[in-house]
Write a protein that binds this ligand. Structure first.
Ligand code: HEM
Length: 463
């Protein structure tokens, strides 16, 4: 069926269903006003049918809007996952939960994205959602049509629950710009390049590595290491988990980890979360807030800021309220801590399997003759930088992300069976974009896209 015929059919269907619903409601009002004497069946049958028709009407109206928007904007329809259950999408939910349990959810999404040419619609527990791995779409979502795609739905709820309503990960528009301006000074180059601070914690980390060849959990130690560094950068006070943590520091880390791992599930429940209170969650939110509040109060009580390179002091200087400072500090710990730990964890996993890469790295670092590098020297370690880029490519710490269409809008790719035409997206649509798949596209990275090959960065210039 051509686009225009489908559009007309959806319009006629919606008009008929809408008319029937309106007529039934009117009829009911008139009958009540006339004090009718009909049997219960005769009196309610028409209204009953109308109630059943309401979701049909909503579906046809939405379909008509999508088809019309597609035609008017010169777009093509996107591929749709062939659901057995197109209403609630329980079929895709089932395979996703199975994949999640096997730690293969990203692989499943990647396989489906390859099957449906980079973009497709699917029903996520009753709500139609888009998923894409098209580079052009990433650019549109995050840059050219950034205003059309704020952070909403699940993504925003998770951030608000764990980090607070002022968090840079929870706000949009002017609030986001305000927050960025507030934290930007903290990122002045010499502040983030406070190598001495990092170095102290590297020593602590190295001291915890067993020397007798015994097995140990590198991932856990890296998360402890980055918690110590992040808190030191944020507050000028480290949790010192690797050396001598206080009871408060351990409680803070336990609470923070719990919140991050459970908040997504809690946000998924939406208003149902009210029916299933999680006392531990609420208690842990308080613990993380109290920990940060304690350090903010201490800083505010000081007349002179002692150490210059502390994020908290820079944010306080901006004139932000106590609540804003707290939400940003928690956000910065999240932003810096888990991403860095996860990236290093992936890096060491690769190095343990690739003696050739390790050898080349060692050769480059040997040029420093045992000396610690300056910031400039660190930047000029060419092979190390390529290895890090390749790690970030294949093991992106933020492997997938989501935005919601604020208004009717168009994505440059995803329309048509080959996914190469523009795609109309109705207001309210959630769009997931997966960096995991984008970074493995063979048409973009070449046939060896799945291979860890740092040398590709000698010539590759991301566009
Ligand atoms: C390997 C390390 C890192 C990776 C892979 C990473 C990744 C990302 C990604 C993908 C985003 C975009 C999130 C979104 O738009 O939804 C982001 C934003 C952000 N990251 Fe990082 N990050 C890393 C390190 C850090 C560090 C060390 C800090 C702070 C100390 C940090 C602070 C932030 C902040 C504040 C934002 C929000 C920026 C904004 O909305 O304007 N990140 N990061």
């Amino acid at each position: 069926m051509s686009l225009i015929v489908s559009e007309i059919a959806a319009f006629v269907g919606a008009a008929l269903a809408g008319t029937y619903i309106a007529w039934s409601v009117l009829e009911r009002i008139v009958l009540v006003a006339a004090n009718e004497h009909l049997t219960p069946f005769a009196s309610y049958s028409s209204l009953g049918v109308a109630i059943v028709l309401v979701p049909v009407f909503a579906l046809l109206r939405r379909n008509h809007h999508y088809l019309r928007g597609t035609r008017v904007n010169g777009c093509k329809l996107a591929n749709v996952y062939p659901h057995r259950d197109p209403i609630l999408g329980l079929d895709i939910l089932r395979i996703s939960v199975k994949a999640l349990k096997e730690y293969k959810l990203l692989e499943l999404w990647d396989k489906l994205l390859n099957t449906y040419n980079g973009t497709y619609w699917f029903s996520s527990t009753g709500q139609w959602m888009l998923i894409t791995s098209e580079p052009e779409n990433f650019k549109t979502l995050l840059s050219t049509r950034f205003e059309d795609w704020p952070m909403k739905s699940l993504r925003q709820q998770v951030s608000i629950l764990t980090l607070g309503p002022y968090s840079i990960f929870a706000v949009n528009g002017p609030e986001w710009q305000h927050t960025r301006a507030m934290i930007r000074p903290s990122f002045v180059r010499n502040q983030i390049a406070d190598l001495e601070c990092t170095d102290r914690h590297v020593e602590n980390f190295l001291a915890r590595l067993p020397r007798d060849g015994s097995k140990f959990d590198m991932d856990k130690l890296l998360y402890h290491f980055t918690m110590d560094v992040s808190t030191d950068f944020m507050f000028g006070y480290s949790t010192s988990i690797l050396t001598s943590p206080t009871k408060e520091s351990l409680e803070f880390m336990t609470a923070f980890d719990y919140l991050l791992t459970t908040s997504t599930n809690r946000a998924r429940l939406g208003w149902l979360a009210l029916l299933k209170p999680d006392k531990k969650f609420d208690e842990y939110v308080k613990i993380t807030q109290q920990f940060v509040d304690h350090h903010v109060s201490q800083a505010l009580a000081q007349e002179k800021m002692e150490r210059p390179y502390i994020f908290m002091n820079e944010i306080i200087k901006s004139g932000a309220s106590h609540r804003e400072v707290r939400d940003q500090l928690l956000s910065l710990i999240l932003g810096g801590r888990d991403t860095s730990a996860s990236t290093m964890s992936s890096l060491f996993w690769v190095l343990a399997r690739r003696p050739d890469v390790l050898k080349k790295l060692r050769e480059e670092i040997a040029e420093l003759e045992g000396r610690k590098p300056t910031w400039e020297e660190l930047k000029n370690l060419k092979y190390l930088n390529m290895v890090l880029k390749e790690t970030l490519r294949l093991y992106a710490a933020v492997a997938s992300n989501m935005r919601t269409a604020e208004r009717d809008t168009v994505l440059p790719k995803g329309g048509g069976p080959d996914g190469q035409s523009p795609l109309f997206v109705p207001k309210g649509t959630d769009c997931r974009f997966t960096t995991y798949s984008l970074h493995r596209r063979k048409d973009y990275w070449g046939d060896d896209a799945d291979e860890f090959r740092p040398e590709r960065w000698e010539t590759h210039r991301p566009g």
